[in-house]
Each structure stands twice: as structure tokens, then as C-alpha cells.
Design a protein around this ligand. Structure first.
Ligand SMILES: NC(=O)c1ccc[n+]([C@@H]2O[C@H](COP(=O)([O-])OP(=O)(O)OC[C@H]3O[C@@H](n4cnc5c(N)ncnc54)[C@H](OP(=O)(O)O)[C@@H]3O)[C@@H](O)[C@H]2O)c1
Length: 297
């Protein structure tokens, strides 16, 4: 794997295990770039990666605001000598409705808008050749509401998680159509024993108990590393859906045109660009909506 791999959400859980697994792989990438908020946790992961003889760079960042996601792209550019593989793994299972400084529901921002902005900026700079989205099989439970999901007016811990994972998967299908030169894939990683959705109190204790039978991040990471090692994921212009490493047809909700349109409209408002004007004018954003921005912006 003669390349640089950027892993978001690399401070713990699946992302951390994946970074370490990549470093121990054969072939290993030349460099792993680690992104998450916790700089100290990233440093610890970087030491593990370097211990396996692979270069590592830490780029601490918060994906929850548009400004931070855009700034992250600029900082990442310094670490990418050639077009890289971007693994969108950072994610949040929210426990309560919170709005970001941009006025977006926090999980919608972290699971969808921030990563899309980051990706759009990196694509515009020609810095990405492959994009892997760590999605969730639970997207099948998504009931995305164009008017209410972005601001969490329909918030429910469970449904909001499903909605935001569905939105990012659908946006990825559009991004793939707009960028046939880039290889995209969306996958369900498995049911994995991590901090995702951790809660205090009795509910948290019960959840921790239930998770004891779930697979370890290391088992999941070995599967993801195998997928990363494949020469090609999807035909040009498409993003395929993998369930635990095996390709499957997209679930019906991901083919539903009403839902796809709702997600496009919501994202055309949430992502600042010429796309917002297209959305406001009532035009249906093209597949390029989540793609390159014009160079003068
Ligand atoms: N675990 C499962 O069973 C499962 C199943 C299906 C899908 N997934 C997906 O797998 C991915 C990884 O989840 P996980 O289970 O490993 O969860 P996790 O242990 O909670 O890890 C989440 C990662 O995301 C980062 N993150 C959270 N908020 C962030 C923010 N605002 N900005 C930047 N990074 C942020 C966290 O780092 P910091 O806190 O340091 O920022 C952490 O590294 C997620 O996309 C999740 O939806 C997991």
C-alpha cells in the first residue's frame, strides 16, 4: 500500500485500531495521518504507528463546525505529498439534542456536514484518490426529514444517528457520480465494542454489559485493512455498499428518490457554496453538489 492514508476518528475505537493495523500490515502505507480532537490520544496512537516503522502525523481537529472542517483541509494538505486515501471514520451517537455554533444538530454536523466539507476541499485540491466512508447498517432505519433533521427538531438518539449515517451515505453516492476519477466506498464496519454511544448511569452500565459480546476494534480493523488493500472498490462514478467487507445491494432507503432529494436539499443549505444558491433557487443540486468548489472561493 504505497500511499498515505488519512484516518479521522483515530484517537480511539475503530479508527485507532485501524491506524495501528495499517502500520502492521503487509504492505503497510508509507504514512498514516491521524485526525480527532484529542491531541494526547492521537500522539499515543502515532507512537504505536511509528513503532511499527510507519510514518505518522497528528492533525488534531474538531469536525463539528464548518470553519474547523475547512481549516482541517488546509492543514492536512501539508501532510499529503500525493493523492491519498481518506477514511471518514469519526462519528457520534448523540445522547441529546445539541446545536453547533453553525446552528446544526451536532451529530448531523460531525457525521455528515463536517466530513463532506473536508472532502470537498481535499478533492478541490486534488489530494484524494480514494474515499472510504465508515457508515452504519442502521442507516436502513433512517427517516431523513429535510426540514427538521439538520437542526435536530426531530431529535431522537437512535433515529438521529440513523438519519445522519444515511445522509452521509447518500451524499457519498452523489460525490462518486461527480468524481468518477476517485474510488468511493461506504461500509458497515461490524458491531464493535467501542465508546460509541457511551452513557453515564444505569443505561451506560447495561450498554457496557451488552457490548462485552461484541467484536473487538482490532477484529474490525483487520477487516477494514483488508478492504483498503483491495485494488478497486467501485466502478467509476459509483460508490458501492459493503456490509462487513462483503458487497451488497444498496438498501431500499438508499435508493429512494424522495429521500435522496431531501438529503440533497438539506445539504445544499448546510454546505456554504454556490450549491446553496442552486438550492435556494429551487434547482435540484447536481451530483457535483458535494464536489469541488470554484478556485476563487
Ligand atoms: N462501534 C460500532 O459498533 C459501529 C457500528 C457501525 C458504525 N460505526 C461507525 O464507526 C465509526 C467509528 O466509531 P467507533 O465505534 O470507533 O466510536 P468511538 O470509539 O466513539 O470513536 C469515535 C471517534 O470519532 C472522533 N470524534 C468524535 N467527535 C469528533 C469531532 N467533533 N471531531 C473530530 N473527531 C471526532 C473521536 O475522537 P475525539 O473524541 O478525540 O474527537 C473518536 O476517535 C463511527 O463513524 C461510527 O458511526 C461503529
Amino acid at each position: 500500500m504505497d500511499e498515505t492514508v488519512v484516518v479521522t476518528g483515530a484517537s480511539r475505537g475503530i479508527g485507532k485500531a485501524l491506524a495501528v493495523a495499517l502500520a502492521h500490515g503487509a504492505p503497510a502505507p508509507q504514512k498514516v495521518v491521524l485526525v480527532a480532537r484529542s491531541a494526547s490520544d492521537l500522539d499515543a496512537v502515532a507512537r504505536e504507528v511509528q513503532g511499527a516503522g510507519v510514518a505518522a502525523a497528528c492533525v488534531p481537529a474538531d469536525l463539528s463546525t464548518r470553519a474547523a472542517a475547512t481549516d482541517l483541509a488546509a492543514r492536512l494538505a501539508e501532510h499529503l505529498p500525493a493523492p491519498a486515501t481518506l477514511v471518514h471514520n469519526a462519528g457520534l451517537w448523540p445522547s441529546r439534542r445539541e446545536l453547533t455554533g453553525d446552528g446544526l444538530e451536532r451529530a448531523f454536523a460531525i457525521n455528515c456536514v463536517g466530513p463532506l466539507l473536508l472532502q470537498r476541499e481535499l478533492l478541490a485540491r486534488g489530494l484524494v484518490r480514494r474515499v472510504m466512508v465508515v457508515g452504519a447498517g442502521l442507516m436502513v432505519k433512517g427517516r431523513f426529514d429535510e426540514a427538521r433533521t439538520p437542526t435536530g427538531e426531530d431529535f431522537s438518539s437512535w433515529r438521529t444517528y440513523c438519519n445522519t449515517k444515511l445522509a452521509f451515505a447518500l451524499a457519498t453516492r452523489d460525490a462518486a457520480a461527480a468524481h468518477p476519477d476517485v474510488d468511493f466506498v461506504v461500509l458497515h464496519p461490524g458491531v464493535v465494542r467501542t465508546d460509541l454511544g457511551a452513557r453515564p448511569g444505569l443505561l451506560g452500565a447495561l450498554l457496557r454489559l451488552a457490548k462485552r459480546s461484541w467484536e473487538t476494534p482490532e477484529t474490525c480493523a483487520a477487516r477494514l485493512r483488508d478492504v483498503l488493500g483491495r485494488p478497486r472498490w467501485s466502478p467509476p462514478g459509483e460508490a458501492r455498499w459493503l456490509f462487513e467487507g462483503t458487497e451488497q445491494p444498496w438498501p431500499a432507503v438508499a435508493d429512494d428518490e424522495t429521500t435522496r432529494r431531501a438529503v440533497r436539499q438539506a445539504l445544499s443549505r448546510a454546505l456554504p457554496s454556490e450549491v446553496a444558491q442552486a438550492g435556494a433557487a429551487g434547482a435540484q443540486p447536481s451530483a457535483g453538489a458535494y464536489g469541488p468548489i470554484s478556485p476563487e472561493r
